[in-house]
Design a protein around this ligand. Structure first.
Ligand code: NAD
Length: 349
């Protein structure tokens, strides 16, 4: 057995109110002129940070999947400011734009996540041009500093909290059979599922409850750590569907997960036991479906506009390059899985 577990150097600060320590954290690292990238929901935090530092500048407003034109503008702004770091305050879209800048401008990143997407802990970057998403891995885009502040997630409405949380659950589930899984990613995945299953519904019921939000965000942190294991069939399908049909990232993961898991789990009994235990149930696939229902995820991808004809096209595009672990579907099985996911065919209760 050979195991390689590589952890990029990073400092993680987790506390309610910790966004207020960001200026001091940057100073500790010797960073003085940040390009601060934020979504509109956290523009005030970005502006305040730059005003307090008296240096650097902001980009307010990001787009999902990092369009190349936006990346080019952000890179130019970083050069114009002579920025010495990039700070991302927001969800995966803000962190994604920061990564695009870091990749070419060789700047370190500080990330302040406000969703459960987990990009702040991965080495994966991506940009989109003419509807085609190019992704890659580079240690240079792994944030050096991550500040988790549950208070920043108070404003995340239930309809984003649910899918974003299930996106993190998907990282945990596939980490259990990902190509680079290690004992540490397995522990993170198991614990991440348990925390998310408690924290996400509780955060939807009480969006300003610090404990609920901290539970969910800790689960998302562990999901990001777990995802160093890499993804498999579920992530491959989301990548192909997302690129081909431009569907919203978190919602797509959230709806597909119970279907991809129901297909794969019979071939991954150890993972199935771990997921079932984390969810406090006997049946992992049914438990994931029940969690998705509880947090308000629609049953089928048709709710996002995907059609049965799309399912056939996705199956054809994805099939040649499917991961073998824990199980590679036949063309018929793959199309059947996707058709069930489009139709929202009932899963076991
Ligand atoms: P997002 O960043 O686009 O945010 C979703 C929506 O939530 C936006 O409208 C945003 O303004 C809003 N929002 C974010 N935080 C909020 C808050 N605290 N309060 C109120 N509103 C808030 O979506 P996402 O799901 O976080 O990220 C999706 C993107 O991240 C995709 O492009 C995906 O490919 C990428 N991603 C990358 C990785 C990676 O490892 N590279 C991992 C996961 C996701």
């Amino acid at each position: 057995m050979t195991i390689v577990h590589e952890t990029p150097a990073r400092r993680i600060v987790f506390a309610a109110g910790s966004a207020g320590t960001l200026q001091g954290e940057l100073a500790e690292l010797g960073w003085r002129r940040p390009l601060v990238i934020s979504g509109r929901s956290h523009a005030a935090h970005a502006e305040r940070l730059v005003a307090a530092l008296g240096a650097g500048g902001t980009i307010i407003g990001v787009r999902v999947h990092v369009p190349v034109a936006l990346a080019a503008d952000a890179r130019a702004r970083a050069r114009e400011l002579a920025a010495d770091c990039v700070v991302a305050i927001g969800g995966g879209s803000a962190v994604g734009l920061a990564k695009a800048v870091a990749l070419t401008e060789h700047l370190p990143i500080a990330a302040v996540p406000t969703t459960y997407a987990g990009s702040e802990l991965t080495t994966v970057w991506g940009v989109t041009e003419d509807g085609r998403k190019t992704t890659g891995r580079s240690a240079a885009v792994a944030p050096r500093l991550v500040v988790y502040d549950p208070e920043l997630t108070y404003g995340l409405p239930p309809e984003i909290t649910g899918p974003s949380g299930m996106n993190a659950v998907a990282h945990c589930v596939e980490a259990l059979w990902g190509p680079n899984a290690t004992p540490l990613t397995e522990i993170a995945a198991r614990e991440g599922i348990a925390l998310l299953a408690r924290g996400i519904p509780a955060s939807q019921r009480a969006p300003h409850d610090t404990e609920a939000r901290a539970t969910a965000l800790t689960g998302a942190w562990l999901a990001g750590e777990a995802f160093a294991a890499g993804g498999a069939l579920h992530h491959k399908l989301c990548h192909v569907i997302g690129g081909m049909l431009d569907l919203p990232h978190a919602e797509l993961h959230a709806i597909l997960l119970p279907y991809s898991a129901a297909f794969l789990l019979p071939s991954a009994p150890r993972a199935a036991r771990a997921i079932a235990r984390a969810l406090g149930t006997d049946d992992a696939a049914a438990g994931l479906a029940a969690l998705a229902r509880e947090v308000g995820i629609p049953a089928g991808l048709a709710a996002l506009g995907m059609t049965e004809a799309d399912a056939a096209r996705v199956a054809a595009a994805a099939f040649p390059d499917l991961p073998a672990e824990p199980r590679r579907p036949t063309p018929v099985e793959l199309e059947d899985l996707l058709l069930r996911a489009v139709r929202g065919t009932a899963l076991p209760h």
